[in-house]
Design a protein around this ligand. Structure first.
Ligand code: NAD
Ligand code: GLY
Length: 350
């Protein structure tokens, strides 16, 4: 097991390695005085892993209740979120009890938000089971649900007490979940670590999953440690996300997050090169990386469709929006655009 500390306002460990589901109870017992928890998961992960996690928690002396919601991004809404809060109340969780978010990024984002809102905030543990959640969403404390107007429009910053990533769980993922997680992984290399990008382009990525997750978490932890609430540097983690979120929304959330972010990075890089924000070569660096992992590089939507969806994005600040552009592989910057600038950026992206 490898452990990385996230130096957020309250530091917490991220444990990564095989065989950790069975050790959940023992690991969690070290960071809580409570003896009651709610495991929140989706219906797919419930069948695969809930029994092992609940057993481990019970053997460590916890009273456990289990709540599962229908798997998928379409569940990431107010109705599912409300169901989680009612479940916590019905099971009489108190302010000193905690939630275990067992699953992918949808589960982590929603269960984390439920923990942030229930009784004005209780503790939670992230147990990511997708490559994407392990490499990105389980770390950093962003929690959210989608609203009709757009992606992640209601949420809270609420850091977990601990992250437990059992990399054995990746074995049951469907084939496209690897590419889906690779998009955020490539993003980390492209914005922050040229050597990591080089490894991803040439190395045995599938054979080094524990190391790849570890490097993702190190990169994200460094950014979050510096800028937990996204006033500055953390905005760089949104590379590809303004147009990526727009693609997700235009598709009715049928395009998976990583796939949308991959296309979003390609589009942002094309616009940035055409408008002079990025040097020549950045578009090709992004496109080649997406191709290597069978990620989509073409967008099926028009500029007006993307612009309409993107202006609902939460990263908009009054009349302006920050987009992320590459200065070189391994280094990115934000560019502040007004709405007319965003319209031009979106047109230049296609
Ligand atoms: P997901 O949670 O929907 O998981 C994808 C699918 O895989 C689901 O059907 C799930 O049931 C299934 N699954 C999960 N683990 C499995 C396993 N081990 N074996 C078999 N099937 C398994 O989606 P995701 O791709 O993990 O996460 C995407 C979400 O994460 C999006 O909502 C996105 O907005 C969010 N996100 C959040 C952050 C953040 O910082 N909070 C960062 C990136 C993405
Ligand atoms: N995934 C972007 C962030 O956590 O800030």
């Amino acid at each position: 097991m490898q452990t990385i500390t996230v130096n957020a306002s309250t530091p917490y460990p991220v444990h990564i390695g095989p065989g950790l589901l069975e050790r959940a109870g023992e690991l969690i017992a070290g960071v809580t005085g409570s003896r009651t928890c709610a495991v929140i998961t989706d219906t797919t992960v419930e069948k695969l892993y809930a029994a092992a996690v609940c057993r481990s928690l019970q053997e460590a002396g916890f009273r456990v209740c289990l709540h599962a919601f229908p798997a998928g991004e379409q569940s990431k809404n107010l109705g599912t979120f409300g169901g989680m809060l009612e479940f916590l109340a019905e099971n009489k969780l108190t302010r000193s009890d905690f939630v275990v978010a067992l699953g992918g990024g949808v589960t982590g984002d929603m269960a984390g938000f439920a923990a942030a809102a229930y009784q004005r905030g209780i503790d939670y543990i992230q147990m990511p089971t997708t490559f994407l959640a392990a490499s990105d969403s389980s770390v950093g404390g962003k929690t959210a649900i989608d609203l009709a107007a757009g992606k992640n429009l209601a949420g809270a910053f609420h850091q977990p007490k601990m992250v437990i990533c059992d990399t054995d769980t990746f074995r049951t993922l469907p084939p496209d979940a690897f590419a889906d997680g690779m998009a955020e992984t490539l993003k980390h290399g492209l914005i922050a670590d040229r050597d990591f990008y080089r490894f991803l382009m040439t190395g045995d990525v599938r054979g080094s999953m524990d190391e790849v997750v570890r490097r993702n978490v190190e990169i994200k932890a460094a950014v979050v440690g510096e800028d937990e609430r996204e006033h500055g540097k953390r905005k760089l983690l949104n590379f590809g996300h303004t147009l990526g979120h727009a693609i997700e929304k235009c598709s009715g959330y049928t395009v998976a997050h990583g796939y949308a972010v991959a296309t979003g990075m390609v589009l942002a890089s094309r616009a940035a090169e055409r408008l002079g924000y990025s040097p020549a070569g950045m578009l090709e660096a992004v496109r080649a990386a997406c191709r290597r992992f069978d990620l989509p590089t073409e967008c099926p939507y028009t500029a007006p469709e993307l612009y309409a969806a993107a202006t609902g994005d939460k990263k908009r600040d009054g009349g302006s929006i920050d987009v992320v552009v590459l200065k070189e592989v391994g280094r990115a910057e934000t560019v502040r655009l007004d709405l007319e600038g965003l319209r031009r950026f979106t047109e230049a992206a296609l």
